[in-house]
Design a protein around this ligand. Structure first.
Ligand SMILES: Cc1cc2nc3c(=O)[nH]c(=O)nc-3n(C[C@H](O)[C@H](O)[C@H](O)COP(=O)(O)O)c2cc1C
Length: 415
């Protein structure tokens, strides 16, 4: 089908084509690139941006806009950050520490896939400063072992995305879970590190996450300085031995378990969030539910609010600040200036040795046992991912708030 581009605009750049083969990425499926003169490209760029966003589901954020690409066993994964403010000092060294916290193979309690997850900044930084142009971040895959996935070429792991990807796209990349793999969280951790750095410099905002339950074991919040010192991100040194014994027994049994993760953002300015439908808490829930294996998100008192009275739940205001924080730092979808309090329920890993009933692509019954290298508790590596996703939400809303309400002045300081 031939479509003429409209003059002075990018409208003609992506146009519908006759039906095409579905792709597992979804990106650009059904759209055909056309050439338009370069002098026509400026004014209508946002229109193109929205066309791509609406379709693929691979882009996150409005003004701090992150597009994620890659597959678990492809040559590389990465992201493009569009909209980062200029003038931020940025190098790989600002990003790598968070990737190192997420990366696999760092203890016997996580997958033994050995990926260095070294980030490369390909664009958007000149002489050590962000230029305001797109920042492309690349992480090469180096330790793919696709033969481990031979037995799920034709079958579907219960609890994983194999069946739904196949049903939706008509084909799938089974190697390492393809696009549904949690490897796709690494570029978001990298982008989150950029957001964290900007927010720290602009507002003093910090992000801290930890594990608060591993299976049925509650982990007390004793000392946050312990979080980086053990493989579980546990804020209590006293419980680590018990967690190790629990994980060793679980691995021997060929089973997996869920976890609960807490994240806090501290030093968040009051006013972030765009009611009605881009409320800060709504966007936090959206971001957290986008993390693989997350089955529940709570903000503040969360589900405990059900059993509370209004006399207890409502956080009193005083000239010196709020008296409590059952709201979790958000009222009416707008940040209060208190800590953002977010907690996540993470399901048990679905790729386990224990046999489970499934079907094959012919619809016949079968039994699936998964071998290869998997996280026996995916929650263990989820903490830096949750921090990064919260940072991306806060960053995007900080830029949105600045754009619309940056000039608002009130007679009193925030409490
Ligand atoms: C850090 C992390 C690591 C993960 N590792 C594995 C894994 O090794 N094996 C597995 O089956 N699932 C793993 N998952 C979970 C799957 O990616 C996820 O369950 C799958 O994509 C289906 O999506 P859903 O659980 O969100 O519905 C991991 C998740 C996270 C957050």
């Amino acid at each position: 089908m031939k479509v003429e581009p409209k003059a002075g605009c990018w409208d003609g750049l992506f146009v519908p084509t006759p039906p095409v083969e579905p792709t597992s990425s979804g990106s650009f499926a059904g759209f055909l690139p056309l050439r338009v003169p370069s002098y026509n490209r400026g004014p209508c760029f946002p229109r193109l941006h929205w066309q791509v966003r609406a379709m693929s589901g691979s882009t996150f954020g409005h003004l701090f806009c992150v597009t994620n690409f890659g597959e678990s066993h492809g040559p590389a994964i990465g992201c493009v950050i569009d909209g980062c403010p200029p003038g931020l000092a940025l190098s790989e060294a600002d990003i790598q520490p968070d990737l190192d916290r997420r990366r696999p193979g760092t203890s016997r309690h996580v997958t033994q896939r050995n990926e260095p997850d070294q980030v490369e900044i390909l664009s958007g930084v000149y002489e050590g400063l962000t230029t305001g142009t797109p920042i492309a971040l690349l992480i090469r895959n180096t330790d793919q072992r696709s033969k481990d996935y031979g037995n799920i070429l034709d079958t579907f792991r219960p609890g994983h995305a194999d069946y739904t990807y196949w049903r939706k796209y008509g084909l799938r990349d089974p190697r390492g879970g393809g696009r549904s793999s949690a490897r796709m969280t690494a570029p978001m951790v990298a982008a989150g590190a950029v957001a964290k750095k900007w927010l720290k410099e602009a507002y003093g905002t910090t992000f801290t996450g930890w594990m608060s339950a591993l299976g049925e074991i509650d982990i007390p919040h004793v000392d946050e300085s312990q979080i980086p010192l053990n493989p579980f991100f546990a804020p209590d040194a006293g419980i680590v031995e018990r967690l190790e014994a629990y994980m060793d027994a679980l691995r021997k049994a060929g089973d997996s378990v869920g976890a609960r993760i807490e994240v806090r953002a501290r030093g968040v300015p009051v006013g972030l969030g765009e009611p009605l439908y881009d409320k800060l808490d709504a966007d936090i829930a959206h971001a957290m539910m986008g993390i693989n294996a997350v089955k529940g998100v709570e903000i503040g008192a969360g589900f405990a609010s059900v059993a509370q009275r209004g006399s207890e739940h409502g956080d009193g205001l005083t000239p010196a600040g709020f008296a409590s924080n059952h709201a979790g730092g958000v009222l009416g979808g707008i940040s209060t200036g208190q800590e953002l309090v977010v907690s996540l329920a993470i399901k048990p890993t679905s790729s386990i040795r224990s046999p489970k009933p499934s079907i094959n692509r012919a619809g016949e019954p079968t039994v699936v046992e998964t071998f290869g290298r998997h996280d026996p508790c995916v929650g263990i590596r989820a903490t830096p991912i949750a921090e990064a996703m919260l940072a991306l939400v806060v960053m995007d809303h900080a830029l949105r708030h600045r754009a619309q309400c940056g000039d608002v002045r009130l007679p009193i300081e925030p409490i």
